[in-house]
Ligand binder design. Structure first.
Ligand SMILES: [Fe+2]
Ligand SMILES: [Fe+2]
Length: 185
């Protein structure tokens, strides 16, 4: 039987695979730092982008197949569905049944209200893994290991500003994630 790594390599580009390994390694470090389960962080980090190789048509078809709700935002930006679709694919193709892992994969792009520690770890690891390079990444890398809630809030702010600058639709889950973090962290 092929390992998850072998299967994953056939599903996404080399660059995306290398990014996934970076997220996996960063997620393990964050799990160690905050006392989360590093096996769950490892597997969620590795497979979080398994649906990233689907084009928009395939993404919408997969969402329908898995019964994932498509709204006005995701219909016009199907790429946002790679979290939910990836979560369903992880269950089907990699036999991952751990609900915490599947939840972290589902919400890794948008965030969501009341994120678990594992959700936050995958969200931030995706943002700061070693190959990521954007203005402010160093600040976010430092924050991630000092105060993960502050890092998640910074990253959500960053994403929202970026989406507005690009004149794209904002996913309501991202707003809910930020509001919750602002009130509760
Ligand atoms: Fe992703
Ligand atoms: Fe990613």
């Amino acid at each position: 039987m092929d390992s998850i790594q072998d299967k994953l390599k056939n599903m996404i580009s080399v660059e995306r695979y290398n990014h996934s390994i970076g997220v996996q390694e960063t997620a393990i470090k964050l799990a160690d730092r905050y006392g989360a389960n590093s096996n769950k962080a490892s597997i969620a980090g590795l497979v979080h982008d398994c649906a990233k190789g689907l084009n928009h048509d395939e993404m919408l078809k997969a969402a329908k197949k898995y019964g994932i709700e498509v709204n006005d935002v995701t219909k016009s930006q199907p790429g946002l569905l790679h979290g939910p679709v990836g979560s369903c694919m992880a269950r089907e193709l990699f036999s991952i049944n751990d609900e915490e892992v599947l939840h972290a994969i589902w919400y890794h792009t948008t965030g969501c209200r009341d994120m678990s520690l594992l959700d936050k770890i995958i969200y931030i690891a995706d943002y700061i893994e070693p190959s990521r390079d954007f203005k402010g990444v160093d600040k976010l890398r430092a924050a991630a290991f000092q105060d993960i809630d502050r890092a998640v809030l910074l990253a959500l702010d960053n994403t929202i500003k970026f989406v507005i600058e690009k004149n794209q639709l904002l996913d309501l889950l991202t707003i809910e994630a930020r509001n919750f973090m602002l009130v509760n962290h």
